[in-house]
Design a protein around this ligand. Structure first.
Ligand SMILES: [Zn+2]
Length: 185
């Protein structure tokens, strides 16, 4: 049994490894989007992270929970309304927030490359190609890939009887009852 699993690992390729996520699993979100749109897109895609796009270029992978925590931190000092309408690129560059992100390499990997020679657990994301087309992403550290499959954050209103869960912070108020958003999940 042990020998079998070692055998499987040894022959694993980039696309078959748990470090791999197909392109459709990770939304691409422009730095020009506002935060409200950003979280709406994550909710629609059921994704726990996204590739940050600057112009046409993918810059880095951002974990949605990390972004939501930073948003919540700034919202308590300013307002949810204010933060929700901020541009993603502006927010990420906000002084003192240092939101963790995983840089995308210039080097891409081939889908059928042997995975064992690659994985080093670094904070790096590789684009993956098959027959000259980009088909997905390879996370050097497996724990970063886990973020992709984690449910996206939600935004909870301050309704004292029925706190509702919202897909995004909207204009700072709940979609259902119009109580203000007070926290993220
Ligand atoms: Zn509500």
């Amino acid at each position: 049994m042990e020998q079998q699993s070692r055998g499987r690992l040894a022959i694993s390729t980039v696309v078959r490894a748990r470090h791999f996520a197909a392109s459709v699993k990770i939304p691409r979100i422009s730095e020009d989007d506002i935060l409200q749109e950003t979280f709406k897109k994550l909710s629609d895609a059921h994704a726990g992270g996204f590739v940050l796009i600057s112009g046409e270029t993918g810059r880095s992978f951002v974990i949605a929970q990390d972004l939501a925590h930073a948003v919540s931190k700034v919202a308590t000092k300013t307002s949810w309304k204010n933060v929700s309408q901020m541009r993603l690129g502006t927010f990420i560059a906000y002084p003192g927030l240092s939101i963790p992100h995983i840089p995308i390499t210039h080097e891409s990997l081939l889908a059928d490359a042997d995975v064992l020679s690659l994985v080093r657990g670094r904070r790096v994301l590789y684009p993956v190609q098959e027959n000259g087309k980009y088909i997905g992403w390879f996370f050097d550290a497996e724990e970063h890939k886990a973020a992709v499959d984690t449910p996206p954050p939600t935004f909870i209103c301050g309704n004292p009887k029925h706190p509702h869960s919202n897909p995004d912070p909207d204009s700072g108020f709940c979609y259902r009852c119009r109580y203000p958003i007070v926290r993220t999940s």
